[in-house]
Design a binder for this molecule. Structure first.
Ligand code: MRU
Length: 337
């Protein structure tokens, strides 16, 4: 694959003594970077969505632990603050648990730095592997619809669902790419379209509400999405709107693919019912780019994730392999308990 074309964006960069983050709140209008020099700046960047996407927030949190160690900040409260930054993506807790195990063995900053780098490097390798595995399932000439942003911005690089799309386009299997705008934060419109244009991949933005109509037209054969947490039975939490895409896909005979590294799998959570769904500020819905668009006095409910039940998912693609028609038995066989 032409990496210069398909794998150039790195949104989370360790700079030797601080963490540099591409500020995703500003894209695509402005490409500005934030330099985090202490753990609380990293916590705020995760909470305020300067860095977002399940694997990326886990990686950023790991670097936050390194910053705490380098600045001699007490590690236990620092890890607790990072853990509380966002509730749904299990990659955050997974990365912090991994850093905690390293701290328990040896709290030396150099050791922690190697662990954070390993978390980041392993995520990139997982994405490249999932790209190959997922793309191989897509018949040449297909169209795909994706949701939210699951690309280089949301990961160490290349992406999960967007990695499959990159690999599928590079292999000549995917002819048509559609991205839902992903209201209210517009990860699809602002971030996925930015990545696709960056790579020179022709794609069309659709309103989220156009998805069922698109499926009915026959233009897409696959919906390809990422995950924030996959429960032990295969139920998958992802960006709000994913559940209705899975329902519409089933009705229209469109295949539904979830692409996520094993760091998104939470075998300690039995079903999607147990997943904590983040509620964010209603202001995200009541206005756009900080400008109020809804009448003063109106209220809003703003859950930012939902759960697609396992029975609506055709395949989960992880770096360990494919889980077709996921259920507890297949998940157990791949991930143990
Ligand atoms: O609120 P966000 O933007 O962090 O939500 C991101 C998503 O829901 C992504 O689809 C998911 O994290 C997978 S990213 C590879």
């Amino acid at each position: 694959m032409d990496d210069d074309r398909y794998d150039r964006i790195r949104a989370v960069q360790w700079q030797g003594d601080h963490l540099r983050l591409l500020d995703q709140r500003q894209l695509p209008a402005v490409e500005s970077w934030i330099d985090c020099r202490d753990v609380d700046q990293v916590t705020a960047a995760i909470r305020d969505l300067a860095v977002r996407g399940a694997p990326a927030i886990g990686i950023a949190a790991a670097w936050g632990v390194v910053l705490a160690a380098l600045r001699n900040i007490p590690l236990a409260p620092a890890l607790a603050r990072l853990r509380a930054a966002r509730p749904t993506a299990v990659n955050l807790m997974w990365a912090l648990d991994r850093m905690q195990r390293r701290i328990d063995a040896d709290a030396n900053a150099a050791t922690l730095l190697r662990e954070a780098q390993a978390i980041q490097d392993e995520d990139l390798a997982a994405n490249r592997r999932m790209g190959e595995l997922g793309a191989s399932l897509i018949a040449p000439g297909s169209g795909v619809l994706t949701h939210c942003n699951t690309g280089s911005l949301a990961t160490a690089g290349f992406g999960t669902a967007l990695g499959v799309i990159r690999a599928g386009v590079a292999a000549g299997r995917i002819d048509r790419v559609y991205a839902g705008e992903t209201r209210p934060w517009q990860q699809g419109a602002r971030l996925t379209m930015w990545e696709l244009v960056h790579d020179g991949i022709p794609a069309q933005l659709i309103a989220d509400s156009a998805a069922a109509h698109l499926m009915k037209s026959g233009a897409v054969q696959w919906v390809v999405v990422g995950a924030d947490r996959i429960a032990a039975n295969g139920d998958t939490a992802n960006k709000i709107g994913t559940y209705q895409l899975a329902i519409a896909a089933k009705y229209h005979g469109v295949k539904f693919m979830v692409v996520a590294p094993s760091s998104s799998v939470d075998m300690a959570t039995g079903t999607g019912e147990e997943i904590d769904i983040e509620l964010r500020d209603p202001a995200e819905l009541l206005g756009t780019a900080g400008v109020r668009t809804v009448v003063e006095g109106a209220q809003a409910w703003n859950p930012v994730f939902d759960v697609a039940p396992a029975e609506l998912i055709d395949v989960i693609v992880t770096e360990r392999g494919l889980i077709e028609r996921p259920n507890s038995i297949a998940m157990q066989a791949m991930f143990g308990c």
